[in-house]
Design a protein around this ligand. Structure first.
Ligand code: URA
Length: 236
């Protein structure tokens, strides 16, 4: 290589040759780091519009439960939450307000969260079924299956690091098992979605409404919450 070719080559390398290998011209005045990392707000905005479209589809979905319910109940909390809590179906208070877990069970849930240093605003809260079944009856298998695709879409959008299932209906829907909570609780399971690369570590535990009726199970619930807290500690 003659001296002038070598100098040219050096000049090109020193000027950052890899920057020429781009699909579009480089704007040297923009901070590249900012471009690479989608901002928190942008991500939230994106999730918000996707969740809004799930809500829109739920509104357009004709469910027999809608005939007797007052308000559609979808979610409360944080779209960027690491933890997603899934309950059963709205009760009377939730049906009145259109927000999940605002009645007595919801108040206990808030306390359970506080016990592991989580505010309600830190988590994403939803239910398997989005309209109140009459007389607060347990949703049947057809109703669980009717609403499951909407729940699965929410999980795919929120991409929580952990799922905490509240009660047997949520456990049946998400873990596809008829096993009782006594057998499922106290260990980690994995929820797998076709649309997510990684499985989501999942705990199935007692529903707060059940704990209000049977407080002797609170110690088990506390153990399950501590398992979640332990994982969250290792996260940050
Ligand atoms: N029970 C549930 O499962 N969900 C609610 O939103 C309220 C009570």
């Amino acid at each position: 290589m003659n001296q002038s070719n070598k100098k040219n080559l050096e000049f090109i390398i020193n000027s950052g040759v890899n920057y020429f290998l781009q699909d579009s011209p480089r704007n040297w005045f923009v901070n590249e780091k900012k471009l690479e990392q989608p901002s928190f707000d942008k991500d939230t905005g994106d999730k918000k519009s996707k969740i809004d479209s799930v809500i829109e589809d739920l509104k357009n979905h004709k469910s027999p439960l809608q005939k007797t319910a007052k308000n559609l109940v979808v979610y409360d909390g944080n779209l960027n939450a690491k933890v997603m809590l899934i309950g059963e179906a709205p009760g009377r208070d939730e049906d009145e307000q259109g927000i999940p877990f605002v009645g007595r069970a919801g108040q206990l849930l808030n306390k359970m969260l506080l016990a592991i240093n989580l505010q309600r605003e830190d988590v994403y809260i939803t239910n398997v079924v989005n309209w109140r079944p009459t007389e607060n009856r347990t949703p049947n298998d057809n109703e669980i299956l009717e609403f499951l695709p909407f729940l699965q879409r929410q999980i795919d959008i929120i991409k929580p690091r952990f799922i905490f299932l509240l009660g047997g209906v949520a456990a049946k829907a998400i873990l596809s098992t008829p096993l009782a909570l006594g057998k499922l609780r106290g260990k980690w399971h994995e929820y797998k979605s076709l649309n997510l690369e990684e499985g989501i570590p999942t705990i199935a535990s007692y529903h707060p409404a059940f704990l209000l009726r049977s407080p002797q199970y609170k110690k088990h619930s506390w153990e399950d919450l501590q398992m979640l807290q332990e994982k969250l500690k290792n996260e940050s």
